[in-house]
Design a protein around this ligand. Sequence first.
Ligand code: 13P
Length: 249
Amino acid sequence: MRRKLIAGNWKMNGSLEANRLLLSGIKSDLGHPGCDVAVCVPAPYLAQCQTELAGTAIGWGAQDVSAHEAGAFTGEVSASMLRDFGCKYAIVGHSERRAYHGETDAFVARKAARAVDGGMIAIVCVGETLAEREQGETATVVARQIDAVLTALTNEQLARVVVAYEPVWAIGTGKTATPQMAQEVHAMLRARIGAKEAGIAERMAILYGGSMKPDNAAELLAMPDIDGGLIGGASLKASDFLGIVRAAS
Ligand code: 13P
């Protein structure tokens, strides 16, 4: 059985004070979750997470990582810097980075390798746009996105990868993929990974992301190939985030 993971992606939200309230709300009601729990926060707040979350059941991570190791890359944050602040996870290839920062499949794969080599678990995001879905291209697009990672990484590296299927049209829109729609893509992704190595596919967590909320989480998480969630908006409210954690536990 794969252990489920519920990871919050705060995106560019938060402040020291707001984070303190949110984290203490999550900590106080978390109990002993039956799944892995993490928050992926803006880089400046990683130190705060290290202080507030060390020794708790909540892991933390970054929302991106540089594809480079070190050097003259103004504004970039390296994997080793993220590890200095205790990051367990790094999201790579979020659709917002692909869309607004021109990140290509190959570049995302390099970042995934960098995160893993730096000692973190890479959460690799894939997903189609509305236009791509309407043109019947969902399978082609997500296959292309996952193949870039499967080609660039060794099996050892892939053992430290989590995939997040996030249909772009479901992100922040309140429109969720139905459990059946999501399951279909998750199963396709797992088959694709399995073509490279069956054991890795069997063990790899494939999360769903896109308007996951406490009231739709249970039915999504009940699907055989949905191993958790990458949560945007609902991760900014302790009670909503905890509602999803409970649905996964
Ligand atoms: P929402 O949960 O706000 O739709 O965001 C999903 C997401 O992009 C998580 O990475």
